[in-house]
Design a protein around this ligand. Structure first.
Ligand code: PLP
Length: 397
């Protein structure tokens, strides 16, 4: 009798799987999907060697905070591991509602809805509102979650040059009908650029554009107590829909969409990402809520983040490394060629620093880069080691 795995190989699709170049190269150069055996603060361990993590999005360094861990354990004991179903069908739980109220209050919106992943939340912020009759104006450097939402919505999409309100306005000049929607990021995840929100808001007012802002990397970092990019510009009311992830500053898993009560009710009728996906787990919900409290009660984490950012930026500036004018803790080191990126990355690894390679088509051609992020939990000693490693890596390219 043939073994089941032999039978499946009859399909020609197996040829594609076996001969895929991206997978072959990824496995050959061993650049992604690393497995660490242990983590202690910013230190991760692989094959017995210790590395300083310089690419996680734990901006406030809360992932091991005792209050957050305790909240997660208590929720697990009280509510179990999962709600095992979507909220529309199986119902939400009181902890979902509590977190949504807290988040909405904090951000300055009327209502909020939480999801089991930031990716789902941000895709839903688009599909929950846009439909095939609409026109979406999208920054060409958006995160994949937003592109998924745009594609699923069936709306026509026009891309404008990265963070370029004038180009967006030029496109709008040609459009005289249909609902128009801006899809923007507060802080662009790869580049660390802050959206030119005041200019986009002005254009949105002129052309009656509905504005969706993904603030995964601005939430917790910018604005009063980390309320995010819209708050940073005093424009929370002008942005129609805000979405974000819990996996960055809140050091958890999940995400949210916030807007008016009317809009969130509308979205709950139209978002496949909530209608057909299991609710945020009790543990994730409790951890996000505790992290939100910590963020407000303990300003020292943000203060430390900005202190570390200043030092890290001066290390990179002194070495004349190109950081693509990043203004935030998400800092790319642009090297422009994939070979340079690879050797730089290897040199960092050799010196015990872990960062991520990002090459075209993941980034625009000529912008191949090492994506790094600084955290409040990096110590002065970490920064000394990072400085030494960066100096060494630069000498290798
Ligand atoms: C801008 C942006 N939006 C959405 C997401 C998705 O969030 P999550 O990883 O929590 O699913 C990310 C994650 O990298 C992101 O950078």
């Amino acid at each position: 009798m043939p073994l089941p795995f032999i039978k499946t190989k009859i399909s020609p699709l197996w040829k594609r799987i076996k001969s895929d170049d991206s997978t072959r190269l990824r496995l050959k150069y061993d650049t992604y999907y690393h497995i660490f055996e242990k983590q202690e603060g910013t230190r991760v361990f692989k094959d017995g060697k210790e590395y300083i993590m310089l690419s996680s999005n734990d901006y406030l360094g809360l992932s091991h905070h005792p209050r957050i861990k305790e909240a997660g354990i208590a929720a697990l004991n009280k509510w179990g591991s999962s709600t095992t179903g979507a909220r529309l069908a199986n119902g939400g739980r009181i902890f979902h509602e509590e977190l949504e109220e807290k988040l909405a209050n904090f951000i300055g919106k009327e209502a909020c809805h939480v999801y089991s992943a930031g990716y789902l939340a941000c895709a839903s912020a688009v599909t929950g509102f846009a439909d095939r009759k609409d026109i979406i104006l999208a920054d060409k450097n958006l995160h994949s979650s937003l592109w998924s939402g745009i594609q699923l919505s069936g709306a026509r999409c026009e891309r404008f040059a990265h963070n370029n309100p004038d180009h967006a306005a030029e496109i709008l000049e040609e459009e005289d009908k249909n609902n128009k929607i801006f899809v923007l990021e507060g802080v662009y995840s790869m580049e660390g650029h802050i959206a030119k929100l005041p200019a986009f808001v002005e254009i949105a007012k002129k052309y009656k554009v509905f504005t969706i802002l993904d603030d995964a990397h601005g939430f917790g970092v910018l604005g009063k107590d980390g309320r995010g990019t819209a708050d940073h510009f005093g424009m929370t009311d002008e942005v129609d829909v805000l979405c974000s992830s819990f996996s960055k500053s809140l050091a958890g898993a999940g995400g949210f969409v916030a807007s008016s009560k009317e809009a969130i009710d509308y979205m709950r009728s139209h978002s496949k990402q909530t209608i057909f996906s299991a609710a945020l787990s009790p543990v994730s919900c409790a951890c996000a809520q505790a992290a939100l409290d910590v963020m407000q009660d303990e300003p020292q984490h943000r203060e430390r983040l900005f202190k570390n950012l200043e030092r890290y930026r001066s290390i990179l500036d002194n070495l004349e490394l190109d950081t693509w004018e990043s203004e935030t803790p998400a800092i790319p080191i642009v090297l422009g060629e994939k070979e340079k990126v690879y050797y730089f990355w290897k040199a960092l690894l050799e010196k015990g620093i872990y960062a991520i390679i990002s090459i075209a088509p993941g980034v625009p051609p000529g912008k191949d880069l090492i994506r790094t992020a600084i955290s409040a939990s990096h110590t002065d000693e970490d920064l000394d080691r990072i400085e030494e490693a960066m100096t060494y890596a630069k000498s290798k390219i």
